[in-house]
Design a protein around this ligand. Structure first.
Ligand code: ATP
Length: 314
């Protein structure tokens, strides 16, 4: 029987509110393999957590309830379809506790942006509820529950930079000398559906119009071990980029504008439409972001750095 905090604990300040911060992710390498029989594609990816965060606060309550502010408010359903609610139910079921919590989401990661915001929120909910309910699971156990919620969710439990295989849910950390990379994140006016991007890639491949698939991750992993962003820039790649560009041709202008503003390279993040640019240093990133904002080739350009930790209390 897991230990369950009571209201007395909360009154004393022992439990709650629990505040969890969770980062967005970009894929430094997103190799999309063949479509599997379960409908997922086999992936060979390198995830990288960056300093754009959602924040989830969990308080004790008599039911399970979710409120939100920020990106996607009014658009995103707060019912059982929300990944936060699904994650809370999944943890409660696993741990054998009642799924009671009052959850509040402060969202800065754009919806359907290719930055895995929904997955991040699911990871945040697992970590927050685990602390609130005193279920005390290990990160590996939480990542196991996370895998059933979505392919990107386990990575966001760990954060950092990590290799993802299978459909992306099998995570192994990438060990590299601590280096901070500086990014500019160009958020689009619209979202792109992840399943639609994969369907578009399948269509491009079937008609012979897709580019050659990315090879293994070795070149990228080698570049991460060096500290030179110019070396890293040459190894970034995303097999979904052509599909995102086919669905939103204006993204080509965003990518071009970033490179003209001095980015070392730019790629579409995940299934898009967010574009991420690698900058030589923090000052360059600021300058490139300001230029992109002035050029009006995206809704908003923000600077970010990585790698950062995954979903964490505090
Ligand atoms: P990915 O990079 O993992 O493909 P994404 O960043 O493109 O994801 P998300 O914002 O993570 O897209 O979510 C896509 C869809 O998931 C949303 O349009 C919404 O229908 C659903 N969803 C459910 N819960 C959430 C949540 N808490 N935040 C965002 N989306 C959610």
């Amino acid at each position: 029987e897991a230990w369950r905090p009571d209201d007395e604990d909360e009154r004393r300040g022992a439990i709650g509110p629990v505040k969890v911060r969770v980062p967005a992710k970009v894929n430094l390498h997103l190799g999309v393999g063949p479509l599997r029989r379960d409908g997922y594609h086999e992936l060979n990816t390198v995830y990288h957590a960056i300093s754009i965060y959602d924040e989830l606060t969990a308080r004790r309550g008599d039911t399970l309830a979710l409120t939100m502010e920020g990106e996607g408010t009014g658009e995103l359903a707060l019912d059982d379809s929300n990944l936060v609610i699904r994650a809370a139910h999944a943890l409660a079921g696993y741990a054998g506790v009642l799924p009671h919590a009052r959850l509040h989401l402060r969202k800065q990661i754009p919806l359907a942006g290719g930055l895995a915001g929904g997955s991040a929120d699911a990871a945040a909910a697992l970590v927050a509820c685990d602390a609130l309910w005193g279920t005390g699971l290990s990160r590996d156990e939480l990542a196991g529950i996370a895998a059933d919620l979505g392919s990107d969710v386990p990575f966001l439990i760990y954060g950092g930079t990590a290799l993802g295989t299978g459909r992306g849910e099998a995570i192994s950390p990438v060990l590299a000398r601590p280096t901070t990379w500086h990014w500019v994140v160009a958020i689009a006016d619209v979202g792109l559906s992840t399943p639609a991007a994969y369907r578009e890639l399948d269509r491009l491949r079937d008609s012979g119009a897709a580019g050659a698939p990315l090879g293994p991750t070795d070149a990228l992993l080698g570049a991460l071990r060096q500290r030179d962003p110019r070396v890293l820039a040459r190894t970034l790649g995303n097999d979904l980029q052509d599909a995102a560009l086919a669905m939103l041709p204006a993204l080509a202008d965003t990518l071009k504008a970033g490179e003209e503003a001095g980015a070392l390279t730019g790629i579409v993040s995940g299934s898009g439409p967010t574009c991420v640019f690698l900058a030589a240093d923090a000052a360059d990133a600021e300058r490139i972001a300001a230029e992109l904002n002035a050029a009006e080739v995206c809704r908003e350009a923000r600077v970010a750095h990585g790698p950062v930790a995954g979903a964490r209390v505090g």
